[in-house]
Design a protein around this ligand. Structure first.
Ligand code: HEC
Length: 102
């Protein structure tokens, strides 16, 4: 885990040096890598899950964590919860930033 978090930290530091729009590039990659795009559509306009594009950054991050942690059990939340267990708070924050800017 230590090694993995080291790699993640290195990526978080390295990415801003490569792109001027660091957070959005990183969040966009995570949105696809973590499977969000499969349910919320690649453009985040909604499919199985609702539209996330253009939602408030804070709202996305908060609702994401509630669903992941099983604290929001409304509607089809349970369907998503199992698929996103491994997504960290930091990753969710980067994804939320990316989505709010779409
Ligand atoms: C297996 C399909 C699936 C995957 C994978 C998935 N979601 Fe979802 N997501 C859903 C569904 C279905 C809902 C609607 C839950 C409900 O009915 O309340 C939802 C709801 C949400 C909401 C709340 C939206 C709102 O308007 O309240 C957020 C935020 C969200 N997802 C973010 C993500 C992120 C970020 C990822 C990737 C890390 C992700 N989801 C992966 C299916 C999925």
């Amino acid at each position: 885990m230590k090694l993995l978090s080291g790699i993640v930290s290195a990526a978080v530091i390295a990415v801003p040096m490569m792109f001027s729009t660091a957070a959005s590039a990183d969040g966009g990659a995570l949105f696809k890598a973590k499977g969000c795009a499969g349910c919320h559509a690649p453009n985040a306009m909604g499919a199985i899950g609702p539209r996330l594009a253009g939602q408030q950054e804070k709202y996305i991050a908060e609702q994401f964590k509630l669903i992941r942690d099983g604290k929001r059990a409304s509607g089809k939340s349970g369907m998503m919860a199992g698929a996103v267990k491994s997504v960290t708070d930091d990753e969710a924050a980067a994804i939320a930033k990316y989505l709010s800017a779409l």
